[in-house]
Design a protein around this ligand. Structure first.
Ligand SMILES: *[C@@H]1O[C@H](CO)[C@@H](O)[C@H](O)[C@H]1NC(C)=O
Ligand SMILES: [Ca+2]
Length: 327
């Protein structure tokens, strides 16, 4: 009897979490098709019909878009060519980094929101001194000195064209924030979410096959203009790996009236200067569950259940009338 009840509660909880993931936890959000990419991929890229262009060694199969294969000295890119006209967005990227290397592999890939699409260069296959945002998924530790974090490492960098990305230091001096994330060579699906809303940049991962976003970092006062471009790039050198993009889902988020009417096109990318590394702390382990806590948890779950039921009713009801907005 009890176990059934608990199983039912867990089911409800997992449904709730799935809902959160699907909508990016933003009720006013909807997916932008021209900034998304999914299987089956367009049969022809780099034509006037396609929203996405491939550069360098990028290869498309029916299963993935391979920025680099697991061989030396490859450079690849995948660039969207429709500028992003809305100020607040969230992007979910399903990717896979894998290869035959057990100890030595690299270098990783980068996700861009940048002024100049379709260029190649030394920073994970894109140009140095770029304008915009880089989310760097670094799998190889170049920094030989005493290290304050392990790899793979996810970090963000904001650039107005003046900063150099220093590979030899893994970009430590220009990094805005970062976290360790064991996203390479996993059997589970690996996803990263980048949210930019009200000048707050949040990066989360879902790499453990739990279908839950785990926050990697969040930074406020990040200023990014509209009309930049989304892109992905990767490079291999002496070390190599497969760097695959499997799908991209981009959502326009609800925007305040003030931000909507502001001219955001000429903003110079800007963010609080790089902070010292935050010490890595593990999530607190669930210990010492008192009866009172369990009681409140059950009450909470019942409330969540009610809210999800009511929310789902309105959601699907509304969906009937607004089907055109969803893809
Ligand atoms: C560009 O960024 C650098 C370093 O963060 C800063 O010193 C400089 O003032 C910025 N330039 C502009 C035009 O904002
Ligand atoms: Ca590196």
């Amino acid at each position: 009897m009890y176990s059934k009840l608990i199983a039912a509660l867990f089911l409800i909880l997992s449904i709730h979490l799935t809902f959160e993931q699907d909508t990016g936890n933003n009720p006013g959000s909807y997916e932008i098709r021209e900034h998304s990419l999914n299987r089956p991929y367009p049969s022809v890229f780099s034509t006037s019909n396609s929203y996405w262009h491939l550069i360098g060694n990028t290869l498309v199969t029916d299963r993935h878009i391979r920025l680099t294969s697991d061989s030396q000295s490859k450079v690849g890119g995948l660039w969207n060519i429709i500028p992003v006209s809305y100020p607040d967005w969230e992007m979910h990227v399903h990717f896979k980094v894998h290869g035959s290397g057990k100890e030595l592999f690299g270098d990783g890939f980068a996700i861009w929101y940048a002024r100049d699409p379709k260029l190649g260069g030394p920073v994970f296959g894109y140009q140095d001194y770029f304008h915009g945002l880089a989310i760097i998924m670094d799998t190889y530790s170049n920094h030989n000195g005493p290290h304050n974090h392990a790899h793979p490492y996810i970090s963000a960098m904001i650039n107005n064209g003046s900063l150099h990305y220093d590979h030899d230091r893994d970009g430590t001096h220009t990094s805005l924030a970062g976290c360790e994330a064991q996203f390479r060579g996993r059997d589970t699906d690996t996803l990263v979410a980048i949210r930019y809303q009200n000048d707050r940049l949040t990066v989360s991962t879902d790499i453990e096959g739990k279908n839950i976003w785990k926050e990697c970092f969040a930074v406020s006062d990040v200023r990014l203009p509209t009309h930049y471009y989304f892109g992905f790039s990767a490079a291999t050198g002496d070390l190599s790996d497969n760097h695959d993009i499997i799908s991209v889902h981009t959502y326009q988020l609800e925007t305040s009236e003030q931000r909507r009417t502001e001219n955001r096109q000429n903003i110079i990318p800007n963010a609080p200067s790089a902070e010292p590394e935050r010490p890595h702390t593990d999530d607190p382990k669930g210990s010492g569950w008192s009866a009172l806590k369990i009681f409140f948890l059950i009450m909470f779950l019942i409330l969540v259940c009610l809210a999800v039921g009511i929310g789902a009713y309105y959601y699907f009801d509304r969906r009937q009338y607004q089907r055109k907005r969803f893809y």
